[in-house]
Design a protein. Sequence first.
Length: 339
Amino acid sequence: MTILELAVQSGLNPQWAASTAGGEYHSSCPACGGKDRFYIQPNKQMSNCMGSYRCRQCGVNGDAIQFARQFLNFSFQEAAKAVNAIIPEKTSWPILKKPRTSPIIVLMEPPTQWTTSATAYVEQAHRTLLLKKEVLEFLASRGLPMNVIMHHKFGWSDKDQFLSRTDWGLKKQLNKEGKPSSLWIPKGLLIPVNKPTGQVIRLKVRRPDWKDGDTLPKYVIIPGSMNGLSIIGDTEHTTMIVVESELDGYAIHHIAHDFAFVVAVGSNIKNPDSLTDYLAAKASTLLICHDNDDAGKKMLAKWRIFYPLAKGYPTPIGKDIGEAIQKGLDIRQWLFQAL
């Protein structure tokens, strides 16, 4: 795994900016929130691994191992393995302890033009989805019936789109060939996060053609989206339910919207952001409904570091919420048992 892939998993959107050190990518800073002072050089050879990062504003810096430890809460061993680091045999592993990092992601809304363009794109994609019977049936089987799809404006793109970045209010970027790069919106299911006014502030696409071993991710966050985690529902509720995927988040919200709100992490390794941290600290009940796999267990361990009172509550059947619904689990009754 490269430091660029780690950056994407942490919620950043690094963009190629220069050929320095074999390629330099800029993004917002996950430590101080600076908009474009953070840079990553994935091809720079460091002592034990490839890839470095630095913020010109707050000065935070390190190699790919440190990035994984600082912003994704990996242990040293996990980080070294993830980036294929070469560690001298004399290294004393036990003393390289896992840092207890505090949530540090500062939320930043997308540009106004991005919100306008994304909202219009989702409106068109939503109309397309309403004609996709097979996709609608699949969503319904995972706890997302038509009223949920229409309320949250899920959409569908029939093919990959390569759009103008500037039309979406994003800075012009050059690719490795020195040509302007496009804004890629892949074919698939569009999962928006909207303001109460209906404007889109975060957009993710679930690629239907994804398979194990694919070099591109199953879920693609559209550049310009608001960083952080997806908060769904009325945050005045005192019960907070954390899930991994947005689809599971919307399914839970549909079933439990009258007594709980949901946080969809979007990836099992992402840290809470500043708003999520505030809400988790004041919640009377915090359920971590992680997936039933090793990655889900790591997600639970991370959240317990931040919030010791968090309760792990995976589904008794199926890999995740959606699969449990498909297998017939009464999610509402199951949640009541935890409360």
